[in-house]
Each structure stands twice: as structure tokens, then as C-alpha cells.
Ligand binder design. Sequence first.
Ligand code: AMP
Length: 271
Amino acid sequence: MKILLNNTSLFESLRPFNDLGFVPTMGGIHKGHLSLINKSNKLCKKTIVSIFVNPKQFNNEKDLRSYPRNIKRDLKILKKSKKVDFVYIPKFKDIYKDKKTSKIRLIKKDKILCAKFRKGHFEGVLDVMNKLTKIINPQKIFMGEKDFQQLYLVKKQLETNYKTKIIPCKTIRDKNNVALSSRNFLLNKSYLKVAANIYKKLKNIKKNINKKKNISDFLKSQTKELRNNYKIKIDYLELRNIKNLKISSTNKNSRLFIAYYLNNVRLIDNL
Ligand code: AMP
């Protein structure tokens, strides 16, 4: 496993390879990331993982400062997996010295879910994904369905502008069904227990949704119940179609999307 700390060594090392799988991460490596890496390892000759906490996608300074960082631990896990050929750990200037790219704007119909509640977040994500794709030029990029809206927007943008294919990967959960996330490192056991109970409740809501005449009213009342029972702040709880992310009136081809705060840590999930 070769560690690439700047673009010069990246360009030199990647030059011979034309079947590259790329797994972009912000570190805090967990089994969710490893499942993407496994898939890349199966489908591509070489796998490159990036670790870059992209400041431009944080709409909140405190969130950026507290984001879990532990490069030593991350590298140990990646090495142990024996599935990673390259780890790219760029500096800010490696990504942002090329200022030529045009400014990214979301169209109105995409300003939903996290885009509505985290102003500027996806503009930052799309910008960094554009830049990483230009620098690395991978054949495939592996991304998790846990961040479904991110996957949807990145796929739409990159597949119209590059030859690169975006490969969606299933959400990996812990034994209590809580979606793995680097942010879970910021929660103690009792908060993770609450997250597990919230998952159970969401599963139940999803199961019962088709029996309801007015889904929007049903979800409003369930949001209230979740807020009161678990003392959490909820940004949204919405049923949306997975093809176009429009509000859905049936479970078919749809997922229940949630973003909520537990002990000031923002968690998202979809099921
Ligand atoms: P992050 O480091 O949180 O930016 O995530 C890097 C990539 O891993 C993204 O494509 C995420 O969607 C994906 N990912 C994060 N958590 C999970 C999970 N629990 N299961 C599958 N993929 C995940």
C-alpha cells in the first residue's frame, strides 16, 4: 500500500494504470468504507482511497473542527485490509490550486433534504468530487447509499462530464442496525442505543406507510413523536422516490429519508 502525500507522487504512481477504482473518504475509516474498498478491489485492478476532510463542504465551523480525524488509525486499518493499493492524503493546495473550474450551482429541484438544511454543502461536495476526478481519473468511483442524496447528485454531475462510472454500494450497519458513520465516533454507547431505537421506529413507520391515506400528515405526526420521545432535533423525515428524489406517495421505489441531531451530532439515514 503506497501513501501519496502530494499530486506529483500521485501522478507518477498512477501513470501505468488504466483500471482504477476510487473510494473517496474523509477518514474515520469504518466497515462502511471497507465495503466500498472490497467492491473496488473485486471490480478494478487497482484501488485508491483518498482521505481528505474537505473544509468547503462544511457549513458549520464547529462541525468541521470536531470531525473525527485519526490518520494513523485509518492507515493501520487500510493496510490490514490488504485491499488498498494507494492512499491519497492531499493537502488543501493539492486540491484547490486549480481555480479555473466554473462555480457549481444546484438547480432548484435539487435544493431539498440536506441541500435545504446545509447551505453550500453539496456545492462543496460536487466541487471536490470534480477536482478529485480530474486529478485521479478513475474508471470507477465507489460511493455509499447511506449518503443517498450525495450519491444521486455526484452521479448526475460526474457521469455527464466524465467517462467515470459511479458504483452505488449498500449501507453497512452495526449489530443494532445503526448505519455506520465516522460521526458515530462522537457518540457514546447510550447515544448509540438511542440511535438504534430510532432506527427501529423508522422501520416501523416505513412498514405502515402504505396503510396511511395522507402520508405527509402521517410523517408530520411521526416527526413530532420522534422529537418528543427521543428529545432530538429533526431536519427532515420524508418519503422520496429513489429515481428522482421527488416526494413519494407510495413505498414503491421509495425510501424514508431522515436527518437528525443526537447530542449535537448530525446523523442521516435512509431506509
Ligand atoms: P465519508 O468518509 O463519510 O465522506 O464517506 C465516504 C464514503 O463512504 C461515501 O461514499 C459514503 O457514502 C460511504 N459510506 C459512509 N458510511 C457508509 C456505510 N455505513 N455504508 C456504506 N457506505 C458508507
